[in-house]
Design a protein around this ligand. Structure first.
Ligand code: ADP
Length: 403
């Protein structure tokens, strides 16, 4: 074992880079930060060193990812945590789409870069930005192991019956059309933490994970392996989300093109950016929606009902897929914070052994906790997700003993 115990986690978006530096001896955070609006005049870097508690902000143009990462490296160096430190074991990169090819975290080399690039047609928004981040980090530290952790990897265990759409397989294969699923790092982490909360072996625990953030997805996890998830070839399928419609009849798209005279790009924007809760009531933040409902706003109330109805359908469907369910776990911004969503999603499911205790559900806190009554057949839990820790853990497990 070496003394290199730190992992830098990078999440590179099209105009942002989020980062965390962790010490894997105790999974503690050493530094966290964010570069926003890369490529604009109003770029901003916010950096916090957890050791000293000091936060710093830089604003002013940051031209590209290269400049952004160099600025991050500079901030880390000021805290004595520079990228040239011998204690840095690896950099772990979030990569959104790994297709069917990447089933596990993978040390990045030229062949891996080429494969991530080949997946750009199925992930046009995310993979290019992820690749830019990786290439920039590799140029900064060419000698350091860099690991790709894929959002899709956890879902590659789905059986073909769940992963395939009911279309001609030759067409599906030619265009790589299948259900890949996303948020996999979060689903994997939350399923495992839920088993831990129940004091059970993850290999013997069946969990329905509800990742409800601005993007939202459900998964059915049997013995630690994903057997079904609600997002599909892209993150558009499944639950009602902040700005995405989730499931709808594909013929709606033909109709909008033929009768509504909308272009494909316009329909894409409508369904991904102007639908979901936002499309239904003009707000995508659940706090605002609840505030409006409390004031008697009917539009907000209907948006909430549609959101809950879809969620409940998925809980029922995944119950049927799993056969035996040990726990339903709520996570991410809405799942962790919105007690009314949890209460409404489970309401009326007593027949399935599902119930929420009002008092426990109202408790706020950052720890994983049960919110079902002690007598309930199926546990209902709130389990805060931690994708950065999961990326760091997977990265460190892969390279921790190599360097
Ligand atoms: P993402 O990572 O997908 O951007 P998050 O998991 O951070 O999203 O979730 C963001 C969403 O969580 C917000 O849009 C809001 O709807 C919801 N949210 C955050 N805090 C609360 C809260 N205290 N009560 C209700 N909803 C909340």
């Amino acid at each position: 074992m070496t003394s290199a115990t730190r992992v830098l986690v990078l999440n590179s978006g099209s105009s942002s880079v989020k980062y965390q530096l962790l010490d894997m001896r105790d999974a503690s955070r050493l530094a966290v930060g964010l570069v926003e609006r890369i490529g604009e005049q109003t770029s901003r870097l916010k950096h916090t060193c957890l050791g000293t508690g000091e936060s710093r902000e830089q604003s002013g143009p940051i031209a590209d990812h290269d400049a952004a990462l160099k600025a991050v490296a500079g901030e880390l160096a000021r805290d004595g945590l520079g990228l040239d430190s011998p204690e840095l074991a690896a950099i772990g990169h979030r990569v959104v789409h790994g297709g069917m090819f990447f089933t596990e975290p993978t040390v990045i080399d030229q062949a891996v870069l080429t494969e991530i690039e080949r997946l750009i047609p199925v992930a046009p928004l995310h993979n290019p930005a992820n690749l830019t981040g990786i290439r920039t980090a590799m140029a900064l530290r060419p000698d350091l192991p860099q690991v790709a952790v894929f959002d899709t990897a956890f879902h590659t265990t789905m059986p073909e019956s769940a992963a395939r759409y009911a279309i001609d397989p030759r067409i599906a294969d030619r265009y790589r059309i299948r259900r890949y699923g996303f948020h996999g790092t979060s689903h994997a982490y939350v399923a495992r933490e839920t088993a831990r909360l129940l004091g059970k072996d993850p290999a013997d625990t069946n969990v329905i994970v509800l990742h409800l953030g601005n993007g939202a997805s459900a998964s059915a996890v049997r013995g630690g392996r994903c057997v079904e998830t609600s997002m599909g070839m892209t993150p558009l399928e499944g639950l009602v989300m902040g700005t995405r419609s989730g499931d709808l009849d594909p013929a709606v798209i033909f109709h909008l093109a033929r009768v509504g005279d909308m272009s494909m790009d316009e329909i894409d924007t409508l369904l991904n950016k102007r639908s979901g809760l936002f499309g239904l009531c003009g707000d995508n933040d659940m706090r605002e929606i609840r505030r409006r409902i409390d004031e008697g706003d009917e539009e907000a109330a209907l948006a909430f009902d549609i959101y809950i109805h879809r969620l409940k359908k998925y809980i029922g469907a995944y119950y049927a897929v799993l056969g035996r369910v040990d726990a339903v776990a709520f996570t991410a911004g809405v799942g962790e914070n919105a007690a009314p969503v949890r209460q409404a999603a489970v309401a009326g499911l007593d027949g399935l052994g599902l119930a929420v205790d009002g008092g426990l559900n109202a408790v706020r806190g950052g720890e994983a906790r049960l919110i079902s009554p002690a007598s309930a057949r199926v546990a209902v839990a709130v389990v805060p997700t931690d994708e950065e820790l999961e990326i760091a853990t997977q990265t460190y497990e892969l390279v921790g003993n190599r360097s």
